[in-house]
Design a protein around this ligand. Structure first.
Ligand code: B1M
Length: 246
């Protein structure tokens, strides 16, 4: 919980949250409360808070950045630091999705650009998707548009989706030592087709490491979802800065 938590009068936080009328809070109190609610995975409250801010004239972009993305940053940092664990992060990410669903059509209307677009999938032969889903949610939380191809994704599906969605980043996940080499198949095919430099490639999954990612020709290995979101943002920023300078 952040320092900005509003004190409970009866020592029962759950009861307090049930009773709390979000519409009585001013903007600063409400965004702080929403950060806490995200942290606690309270989707209904996130939806309500999002609607209240929009009703007060906040833009979709401001609501996204100040109420949701800022709250998810705390979740991501605490996940990275071992303070939060997978179940809590999944709950927070699901709560975030409630707010995102409300904002998504408004953001599309106002033409607010996503930070970047990511095509992500678990590689061919592999059906593990919990970690990949978490990465997708954290990327969305960081402002990326995510195209999730699901599990057992073959090279043609990856390449077609990159092309179709004009993606900035290809993200591949693998949990099996037998499936992780397939990442090289995908990257080699990008090279063969002269498209490797068109995309940033990030990879992750429990059996991978930095050395493996270098060996297959990826741009970055990400050990967890929070690092994946941070790395994606850094690499997209660097790439845009390099393009602008050239
Ligand atoms: Co399987 N499984 N499994 N499994 N499974 C493992 C991976 C295993 C290590 C278990 C073990 O033996 N100790 C082992 C692999 C051994 C190996 O290859 N060295 C294994 C095996 C052998 C198998 C089967 C072959 C079992 C069998 O049928 N005999 C089979 C394979 C099926 C297939 O894929 N073809 C199988 C099946 C399954 C289930 C279906 C039962 C289930 C998957 C359910 C699902 O995903 N929907 C399952 C599960 C749950 C696991 C374990 C227990 C947990 C995996 C998990 O979800 N972790 C796993 C043991 C383990 O890892 N301790 C195991 C939580 C998740 C949040 O972490 O996925 O690592 P993780 O993701 C992290 C990071 O790795 C990273 O960020 C995530 C969040 O921080 N990350 C990325 C992941 N992808 C990323 C992508 C990025 C960046 C970061 O950028 C794009």
């Amino acid at each position: 919980m952040s320092d900005a938590s509003i004190p409970s009068s009866d020592n029962s936080e759950d009861e307090f949250n049930d009773d709390l009328d979000l519409s009585t809070l001013d903007d600063a109190e409400l965004t702080a409360q929403m950060h806490d609610d995200l942290y606690d995975g309270m989707g209904e409250e996130i939806g309500e808070g999002t609607q209240i801010l929009l009703g007060r004239g906040w833009s979709a972009e401001e609501t996204l950045n100040k109420a949701l993305v800022a709250g998810m940053k705390v979740v991501g940092d605490d996940f990275r630091d071992g303070i939060l664990f997978v179940p809590e992060v999944l709950l927070a990410a699901n709560a975030m999705k409630v707010g995102m669903e409300i904002l998504r059509p408004l953001l599309a209307e106002t033409g607010v650009e996503a930070v970047g677009r990511v095509v992500i999938g678990t590689v061919k032969g592999d059906i593990h998707d919990i970690g990949k889903n978490l990465v997708g949610m954290m990327l969305e939380g960081a402002g990326f548009e995510v195209v999730d191809l699901g599990i057992n994704t073959d090279v043609d599906s990856f390449l077609d989706a990159l092309d179709e969605h004009n993606a900035d980043i290809l993200g591949m996940s693998a949990l099996l030592t037998t499936t992780m080499p397939y990442m090289k198949v995908v990257i080699d095919t990008l090279i063969e087709r002269g498209k490797r430099d068109d995309y940033i490639v990030i990879v992750g999954g429990a059996p991978l490491n930095e050395e493996f990612s270098l060996a297959v020709g990826a741009d970055a290995y990400c050990s967890d979802a929070a690092i994946a979101a941070e790395t994606a943002k850094t690499l997209v920023d660097e790439r845009r800065a390099a393009l602008a300078a050239s």
